[in-house]
Design a protein around this ligand. Sequence first.
Ligand code: GTP
Ligand code: MG
Length: 302
Amino acid sequence: MTEKDFRCGTVALLGVPNVGKSTLMNHLIGAKVAIVTPKPQTTRHRILGIYTDDSRQIIFVDTPGIHKGSKQLNKNMVRVAYAAAEEADVLAIMQDASKPLDRPTKMLIERFADGRLKQPRIHVLNKVDRADKARLLPRLQQLQQLDPGAMAYVPVSARKGIQTDSLLNELTRHLPVQPPLHDPDWFTDQSQRQLAAEYVREQVFLSMHQEIPFQTAVDIERFEEHGDVIEIDAVILVGSERHKPMLIGKGGEGMKSVGTKARKGLEEILGCRVRLNLWAKVDADWFNHPGKLMDLGLGAEQ
Ligand SMILES: Nc1nc2c(ncn2[C@@H]2O[C@H](COP(=O)(O)OP(=O)(O)OP(=O)(O)O)[C@@H](O)[C@H]2O)c(=O)[nH]1
Ligand SMILES: [Mg+2]
């Protein structure tokens, strides 16, 4: 390997919600820079995760799941995903191979297969650890018919790390030959402050049910380093008066549990002690308010 052969470029991770885009990115770069939950619409903004070794630097762009939604937040999320696709060198279009190919996934594949975007497309069939092996071959054939112009169709398990090295190699083949764009030690564009907001939101998503998490956001009001301790004040915005006691829980137990779990995760990724103070605040329409969405890092350009 000479410097002349080094490959570097961006790979957009695209797909409907919940197919495992963030799980795959975290696995490939070896750090939890994007939160993961079993609920759809977990990722709300564009997140970079950078993989570097001796021969390549792959800049992954994790995107919000592409879906239909009437709130301004949902529209922004989808816009961010399509913008990431336009800017990337390679499109990794993911689907959940453990479920039958549903209509939204099919529509998404057809949309990218129309050739409007010229970048190479690689289809990633995720969750093969849970998929019926007998269905995999017919699924690959179906996919080949839907998008005959794709470069490859790669079955993987992001959770178990199955075939993920082959995927890395396949992606690398389609990247431009150029020197690394980023310092090899740099692995994400997420600031510590953004990670703090996201780790809290992950715990809110995991602890709340029905529509409540989708009307929740986290705003970091204070982020200060004092020696080896980071002190964080975070406000959890909820969409209605009714949601607030549900989040706080009996005797504050719900909120306490969110705080403890988020703090532990943060201590691990930030590598220091964290003091996390949480508040809940009602803001009935934050998800439709362009200015508030911008402030929360959830604008259409973010
Ligand atoms: N069994 C199995 N589960 C997986 C795999 N990859 C992801 N998951 C699970 O699928 C769920 C969704 O994963 P995410 O990584 O949040 O999915 P996403 O595509 O980023 O979702 P959005 O951000 O909502 O668009 C989580 O519960 C993951 O643990 C896999 O390879 N196998
Ligand atoms: Mg995600």
